[in-house]
Design a protein around this ligand. Structure first.
Ligand SMILES: O=C(CO)[C@H](O)[C@H](O)COP(=O)(O)O
Length: 168
């Protein structure tokens, strides 16, 4: 099944607006939604599932990871932002790695995505912390051999993930 990963900048905590935005993306064919700003994440997760979609929750660097713990068993993926959302080319925030580690320890089967500053210099740290979905812009698009970079990312993630019960 094709998987569109859409990370909308929905800054409003207005549930009605979230519902409209979500519906619009469903109509466009998305089967993943990432939503960070919601007053009632449990309700939103249920609604997304009712539409047959998978659910991802994103946390910005300053958001403590324990807000995700009660949702961990209800979601398919957690995106741990490793830069402030906004634009590519920023520096990877090492200080976000304990959040990835804490999540992985509690949820061995959860897809944990990291986004921002991922490169050949930072993939070891991210994969060892437990991330298994890597979003990378600069390090791929500026590489002389993008395929090699992608292959290295995959190999490193795979090598670390065998420690856990499932790879997705
Ligand atoms: O858009 C972003 C943040 O909002 C991402 O960080 C971006 O997609 C990844 O880019 P890079 O690998 O250059 O950090």
């Amino acid at each position: 099944m094709p998987q569109a990963i859409i990370s909308p900048s929905i800054l409003s905590s207005d549930f009605a607006q979230l519902a409209v935005e979500s519906q619009r993306m469903i109509n466009e064919g998305a089967d993943w939604l990432h939503i960070e700003a919601s007053q009632d994440p449990g309700k939103l997760i249920d609604e997304i599932r009712e539409h047959g979609m998978k659910v991802g929750v994103a946390v910005k660097p300053k958001t403590p990871i324990d807000v995700i713990f009660p949702l961990g068993h209800m979601i398919d993926m957690c995106l741990v932002m490793t830069v402030e959302p906004g634009f590519g080319g920023q520096k990877f925030m090492t200080e976000c790695m304990p959040k990835v580690k804490a999540l992985r320890e509690r949820f061995p089967e959860l897809n944990i995505e990291v986004d921002g500053g991922l490169s050949l210099d930072t993939i070891d740290e991210a994969s060892k912390a437990g991330a298994n979905v890597i979003v990378a812009g600069t390090s791929i698009f500026k590489a002389s051999n993008p395929n090699e970079v992608i292959k290295t990312f995959r190999n490193k993630v795979t090598a670390e993930q065998v420690k856990y019960s499932k790879l997705d």
